[in-house]
Design a protein around this ligand. Structure first.
Ligand SMILES: [Zn+2]
Ligand SMILES: [Zn+2]
Ligand SMILES: [Zn+2]
Length: 326
């Protein structure tokens, strides 16, 4: 496994020599169910701890994309850059029951899953080799989920993913111009216009973004500014309220799309090695954490013809209306 940098876009690409296929045999038992293969994996986080039966458990991924040991060993190959696929790749088993999806758990249990995210993100951010830590979740077969068992993944990488890089650059540019946070401004306008809002709960809001890339793309965020999810969502009441909104939005989305990809965008690791501090001078004020959910809906022929540009056949205003009425 190695990482290579695309010299044009500057984004890192994961490359695997053998292209190993980890598709599980239909009849094989689920490795994430209690008592199965994953039970013997190292426990990185568990709730409740102390020997009682776990409700949420985090372990290293069974087939990790990244390896935690060693240094990135950055090397050149002529004009190209490559490095080892150093990083952390963990699996959050969201509940012991194979058939109960996140959206069907109790509010308290979903809040406990969020707590597991927080704990792992904070722990991995203490590792100065990692510039970025995030959580993602694939739901449904075609979203690329490796296991059917309800789970999320935590990854830590020695680089900042490309889309987050775009966000960081536009957020700091916007802040330099206006001394305001871009996403705070977006949230404020969405709330006052109230045409793309899916749901609002206390300080948290879910809406379909103005330039949605796919039908029913939905973002969840706090209308109150904070750059880092893992520092903002520390109080149980906030965790519970965000859990309620997340559950509700997932139920709405599941009614229109059986598969989706969820990703959490939070502040990069400012304590990482070789991180030029002046880049992050206004980071705490200009970046704003959010969750992006991209449903995977069988696309119409046109989106294939225009692969280089997003083609979305559903206006976000109409998508939000459908989701509100679910
Ligand atoms: Zn299972
Ligand atoms: Zn903000
Ligand atoms: Zn984002």
């Amino acid at each position: 496994m190695q990482l290579r940098r695309d010299p044009i876009t500057q984004s890192w690409v994961n490359l695997e020599d053998e292209g190993e296929d980890h598709v599980r045999h239909k009849d094989a038992p689920c490795p994430l169910c209690p008592g199965q293969v994953n039970e013997s994996a190292q426990t990185l986080y568990e709730y409740p701890g102390g020997g009682s039966i776990w409700q949420v458990r985090v372990t290293p991924h069974l087939h990790p994309i990244y390896r935690i040991e060693g240094d990135p060993q950055r090397r050149a190959e002529g004009i190209y850059d490559k490095m080892r696929s150093l990083g952390a790749h963990e699996i959050v088993v969201e509940n012991p029951d194979h058939d109960v999806q996140l959206s069907r758990l109790s509010d308290e249990n979903v809040a406990q899953v969020l707590r597991a995210y927080l704990a792992r993100m904070n722990d991995l951010k203490r590792d100065r080799r990692f510039r970025y830590v995030t959580v993602s979740r694939n739901h449904g077969a075609t979203a690329g989920g490796e296991f059917d068992h309800p789970h999320s993944e935590v990854t830590a990488t020695p680089f900042i993913p490309r889309r987050v890089g775009y966000e960081l650059r536009s957020s700091s540019r916007y802040f330099a111009m206006k001394e305001r946070c871009l996403i705070c401004d977006i949230a404020e306008q969405e709330i006052s216009q109230n045409i793309r809002i899916v749901e609002q709960l206390g300080r948290f809001v879910a809406f379909c973004p103005f330039a949605a890339r796919v039908p029913y793309e939905t973002w969840l965020l706090s209308a109150r500014h904070h750059c880092a999810f893992e520092e903002d969502l520390t109080a149980w009441d906030d965790q519970l309220q965000f859990a309620r909104l997340l559950k509700s939005v997932l139920k709405r989305l599941e009614a229109v799309s059986p598969t989706y990809h969820l990703v959490l965008h939070s502040s990069p690791n400012v304590g990482a090695k070789f991180q030029k501090s002046d880049i992050w001078r206004t980071l705490a004020d200009d970046y704003h954490w959010h969750v992006e959910i991209l449903p995977v809906i069988p696309s119409k022929a046109r989106s294939y013809a225009l692969k280089e540009v997003y083609y979305n056949s559903l206006l976000p205003e109409a998508a939000a209306e459908t989701l509100r009425n679910v």
